[in-house]
Write a protein that binds this ligand. Structure first.
Ligand SMILES: [Mg+2]
Length: 442
């Protein structure tokens, strides 16, 4: 759906939704980015404020809709223990219920830095709660102990680890996959794109590495890095191979031909003017979207870039707040939302972002962090997203976690991976491997 259609659809329902209450007026002002009274109160301004306010109000309502299918469980599922287990660099979370249920999740490698937040800020809140109230728990845990002060990956990553284990527990109890606990299965298979890096490498080397990465998998889509964000060095004066991006963009189209879906990611490197310049080059070469063209939290800048290009803008892997997504969606700053299920605090919260996007005809391509079993959690998430994009992030299937999956070969076949359908996560982690792990205490 294009922006004009979305706008028409909105206008037809705006009158009914915009009741004109003071809260909504506040939302309208917030959505417009204006301070009340700073501009002439002309009819056009008023109309724009009404429109923005109604769009925000629609998204607030979307966020209120439940995600977990609690009706699957007749009696309370009391969370008796939430343990963080460690062996070498590996962290697992084990949740047990009072009636003997058990769920396991595999943490992201970032847990190595964040385990005190797991133990001190999150674990106590979950004990004794009814897991059927998971939607509410995930809202209220942000208030507990002023946890919102830690908002971001610091809170999201350990929170997601606990959520994944609780969903695994519930899925095993109900005999349902993670996806079937939080939605309907729209994508039993997930089409993948090959995610590549190497922005610091010279052009020729980058091209060779990209060709090799694409050759390893039967994928029909590729994402490349553009710009020169030098995150990998402490050298404040480091510069990337300047001029490479401008040559790489058309070269890859030439190499892979018109059938390959190409995506580009700047990781927030550019300013508005540069992002528009590179965006036009991407448009000329038929790239399908431009991810994080400018710094992720500079919403006005993101919107300026979006307004200047026909190329869809994607953003959200660093975002930690529904409000951020809400603003960008309501103001047509982005066409593709990209929450990361680990960073953003789990599958349920990510589904809600997807629903907000769907409310205005936009799509979702969740960011997937590498390592652990990230690709599995991401696959379950994508499986339930009716507005999922065409291809999804894939950084290989390498993992140190030994497991068995009876319902999927977990291989890229024809550019797609079949999502496991067994209970919970749908894989059985080697019990010997789990036994090596010991509880972490503060
Ligand atoms: Mg990215």
């Amino acid at each position: 759906m294009n922006k004009k259609t979305i706008r028409r659809e909105f206008l037809s329902s705006a009158g009914a939704m915009f009741a004109g209450g003071s809260a909504l007026t506040t939302a309208a002002v917030a959505a417009s980015g204006q301070t009340p009274g700073t501009r002439g109160a002309g009819r056009a301004d008023h109309g724009r404020l009404q429109e923005a306010g109604a769009r925000q109000a629609k998204l607030v309502e979307v966020l209120r809709q439940p995600v977990l299918k609690k009706e699957l469980f007749r009696s309370p599922v009391i969370i008796q223990s939430v343990e963080l287990l460690r062996w070498q660099n590996s962290y697992l979370c084990r949740v047990r219920s009072a009636d003997g249920g058990e769920g396991i999740s595999v943490a992201h490698s970032g847990m190595d830095r964040l385990y005190p937040i797991f133990l001190q800020n999150l674990q106590p809140f979950f004990l004794g709660k009814d897991a059927r109230e998971l939607d509410l728990i995930l809202d209220k845990v942000y208030v507990y102990d002023f946890n919102f002060r830690y908002n971001g990956i610091s809170l999201g990553l350990p929170l997601a680890t606990i959520e994944f284990a609780i969903l695994d527990l519930l899925g095993r109890m109900a005999g349902r996959s993670l996806g079937k606990l939080i939605g309907e299965i729209h994508n039993p298979e997930v089409a993948v794109y090959v995610a590549t890096e190497w922005r610091e490498r010279p052009l020729e080397e980058t091209v060779e590495r990209i060709k090799k990465a694409v050759g390893e998998y039967d994928a029909k889509a590729l994402k490349i890095k553009v710009g020169y964000l030098m995150f990998m060095t402490t050298d404040m004066h480091a510069k990337g191979p300047v001029g490479k991006t401008e040559r790489l963009i058309p070269l890859l189209r030439e190499i892979f031909g018109s059938d390959m879906a190409l995506y580009a990611d700047a990781n927030g490197y550019y300013d508005v003017n540069e992002a528009i310049r590179v965006g036009k080059l991407l448009e000329e070469n038929k790239y399908a979207y431009f991810e994080e063209p400018v710094m992720y939290d500079d919403f006005e800048a993101i919107k300026q870039v979006a307004d200047a290009l026909t190329l869809p803008i994607a953003n959200g892997e660093q975002d930690h707040s529904y409000v951020n997504f809400r603003w960008l969606i309501a103001n047509d700053g982005i066409e593709i939302v990209q929450p990361d299920s680990y960073y953003f605090g789990g599958l349920i919260r990510s589904v809600k972002v997807g629903r907000m996007a769907a409310a205005f005809g936009k799509s979702i391509v969740p960011h997937m962090s590498g390592g652990g079993l990230g690709f599995l959690y991401n696959s379950h998430l994508v499986s339930v997203l009716p507005n999922a994009g065409a291809h999804h992030e894939f950084k290989g299937l390498q993992t140190d976690v030994p497991f068995e999956c009876k319902t999927s070969p977990l291989k890229v076949v024809g550019g797609k991976i079949k999502v496991p359908t067994g209970p919970g996560l749908g894989v059985d982690i080697d019990p010997e491997y789990i036994r090596k792990h010991r509880p972490v205490t503060a």
